[in-house]
Design a protein around this ligand. Structure first.
Ligand code: GLP
Length: 262
């Protein structure tokens, strides 16, 4: 794991954008695949990617965007459905073509249809050649995507029940807690681990405890984000507040400084 700590959220976002761009360069002209997270954590990163496009340093016009998750049971076009959120917060900002945005289809309400939608999503990711760089945020309870504590470490895309904590955290996007869906379709932890690079962005002191547990605690389903420790190319971009609970901080800073003379 590479753990990069920046003074504040803005520097964290620009550092994360460079890490994402470096990971997306695919040899052979194959269209790159960017894994997209919702939530407030990656918004600054998307803004920085948009800036890179404006400056001619990046071009996402042929890139595929692959969402981590989607609510189950929201009517199509609901403004808080993750397809709509990603159209607004990513496609519109970085110039990713809406027809190249892949989101699990959570519109069904019966178990068989949802299971089929989950399998179709896994097949679509495979058809695209896998995810080059997966952007991630972390839930205050350590969730990744919507893989709540207790999620199998090798899980693939499937239906999950949202925890009470996650529904409360996300109630701010709805008119009230009762309107927050109870279930979702989410890439599994095994699906996420199959991406070639993982980039976690976390800022603010509300994330410090989850970040410390994920990066320095045991690898456990109780802290789904601890699977980041298992991946050979994980880059974690934090600000000082989110890094406040890390014990081995000095080592991470020394490592980020690179080889002597470089
Ligand atoms: C949601 C998303 C996660 C995201 C989390 C944290 O639950 N499904 O992918 O990481 O929110 O959101 P925020 O970045 O707003 O704290």
């Amino acid at each position: 794991m590479e753990i990069l700590v920046s003074p504040g959220p803005d520097d964290t976002a620009s550092r994360a954008a460079e890490v994402v761009l470096a990971g997306l360069r695919r040899p052979g002209g194959h269209a790159s695949v960017l894994g997209l997270a919702t939530g407030s954590s990656p918004l600054g990163l998307y803004r920085e990617l948009g800036r890179a496009v404006a400056e001619g340093r990046a071009d996402f016009s042929t890139t595929y965007g692959v969402a981590l998750d989607e609510y189950v049971g929201l009517p199509p076009g609901h403004p808080e459905g993750y397809r709509q959120v990603l159209l607004r917060e990513v496609c519109g900002v970085i110039g990713l073509a809406p027809e190249r945005l892949e989101v699990p289809d959570g519109s069904a309400t019966d178990a068989d249809a949802l299971e089929a939608a989950a399998a179709a999503y896994e097949a679509r990711i495979a058809e695209l050649g896998g995810v080059d760089v997966q952007v991630l945020g972390i839930g205050a309870n350590g969730h990744l995507g919507f893989n709540e504590p207790g999620s199998a470490l090798a899980s693939r895309t499937r239906v999950k029940r949202l925890s009470a904590r996650t529904r409360r955290d996300n109630a701010r996007f709805f008119t009230g807690l009762d309107d927050v869906p109870t279930h979702c379709l989410t890439q599994g932890l095994g699906t996420i681990l199959a991406a070639r690079r993982l980039v976690l962005v976390a800022t603010g002191d509300a994330k410090a405890e989850a970040v410390a547990a994920a990066l320095e605690g045991p690898l456990t389903a109780s802290v789904p984000a601890s699977v980041l420790q298992w991946h050979p190319d994980t880059v974690v971009c934090l600000d000082e507040a989110a890094a406040a609970g890390l014990r081995n901080r000095q080592y991470y800073d020394d490592s980020a400084a690179g080889l002597p003379g470089t």
